[in-house]
Design a binder for this molecule. Sequence first.
Ligand code: HEC
Ligand code: HEC
Ligand code: HEC
Length: 404
Amino acid sequence: MANFSSPASAASLSEAELSDLEKRGEYLAAAGNCMSCHTNDDDGPFAGGLEFETPFGTIVSTNITPDPETGIGQWSLEEFANAMRHGEAPDGTHLYPVFPYTSFAKVSDEDIAAIHAYLKTVTPINIVPPENDLGFPYSQRWTLGLWKAMYHDDSPFQPQPERSAEWNRGAYLVEGLGHCSMCHTPRGFLGANDSDLAMTGGTYMTRVEGKLSAWSAPNLTSADNGLAMWTVDDVTDYLKLGVSHRAGVFGPMNEVVVNSTRHLSREDVRAIAVYLKSLPANSRDSGEPATADVLRAGSIQYDIHCGSCHLPTGEGSPEQGPPLIGSPVVLDVDPASLINITLYGAQTPLSSPSDEWASRAWIRMEPFDTILDDEQVAALLSFIRATWGHEAGAVTPEQVAQQR
Ligand code: HEC
Ligand code: HEC
Ligand code: HEC
């Protein structure tokens, strides 16, 4: 997920030549965003070779085209399902959970069969991606067996009969193919998701313009630093169109929206929004606000550099820019993405997610990395986290320096 672009079509067959099952699989593969992780800049759709930086080293995605030699062309449906749910290759080797089988375990038999059928129709590419580069003991795949025994819950999705069909559809998509928790849930010991803090925000490492940096994925529960101020329509528009009254897409979400959620039906995206909006408020503590002196300095910087677009009240406007009041990015416990957008500007998608996105009137947010030093950025961001009723902790100059 490096370049925020949208890869070319993968089809070797035209849309009309696909069976209903294969078309369904194409839709579900978009819901699972197989494309973003299994496509690098050079080798073609689904040929793998994209590098993922983890605290344990570099893991490279595999070739999932139907090439019989280097891809998964010879895999039976059972073997494919076993990889999707249990993270196990046909020869019994364990796969790294960067491949989000911890979420895909929730995907139904029918949906896995449809994805398998679709992947057989894409253009086969004969290429072996580079090796992983992991330190000992993480390079030892057998240790993943122990990890799975402790942390991998492969129980199937359990619908909740007292909830609506729409809510259940949303839960199935978010917890299963959508794998939102991969980035939006914090990781505890050995990279396992911390389930008590599910969807309260996590960290994701990716390269932006060649530089590896941390991005925080904000709280998606109904907490004040989460989606409290977003309506179901706001969430739906953001995921379907790439823009809503609350925010426009930038950063790592570009790939999620461009390659995945915008391809889903409005009903499915709405179901995702309904489910997210039902998540009870939950958050970690984000620490103390900055001192009054720092906040005063930050408020001056804000008026000079940000107030023209986000307005002095932080309310934003349809012409100028989105509101910062109640923004999950502004209020995130981990301010990494807030610092990134301030230093590097809004890195918006290279290809437009929708007509609405393309015709939005907002003026592009430019980078401030050469305009403001670490202390100024820290004061400014500490200010917007502590004004307009906000109660998020201070940003330190050290945190800003780390994101440079
Ligand atoms: C977040 C990134 C990510 C997403 C999303 C993702 N994958 Fe993967 N996948 C990987 C990585 C990385 C590996 C390699 C894991 C390893 O080597 O242990 C992998 C491995 C696999 C494998 C094992 C292949 C082999 O040769 O061993 C299959 C099959 C697979 N993915 C299918 C899919 C499908 C189908 C989807 C979409 C529904 C998908 N993946 C979505 C990152 C991803
Ligand atoms: C690859 C990691 C990743 C995945 C997967 C992911 N997100 Fe995000 N998300 C982020 C990051 C990082 C941010 C903050 C920066 C940005 O907007 O890109 C974010 C921001 C958001 C925001 C707030 C946007 C704003 O500007 O205030 C929403 C809403 C959101 N994600 C919803 C989702 C949903 C729903 C899913 C699953 C369908 C999902 N995300 C999957 C990484 C991810
Ligand atoms: C020229 C107008 C402009 C200026 C000046 C500006 N921004 Fe922005 N800002 C935008 C636009 C437009 C977006 C929406 C980006 C997109 O389309 O994805 C945005 C998005 C944001 C977001 C993401 C909110 C969310 O939830 O997604 C934050 C945070 C932000 N700006 C902070 C700042 C800060 C801090 C400053 C001052 C240092 C600033 N902006 C200056 C126009 C501006």
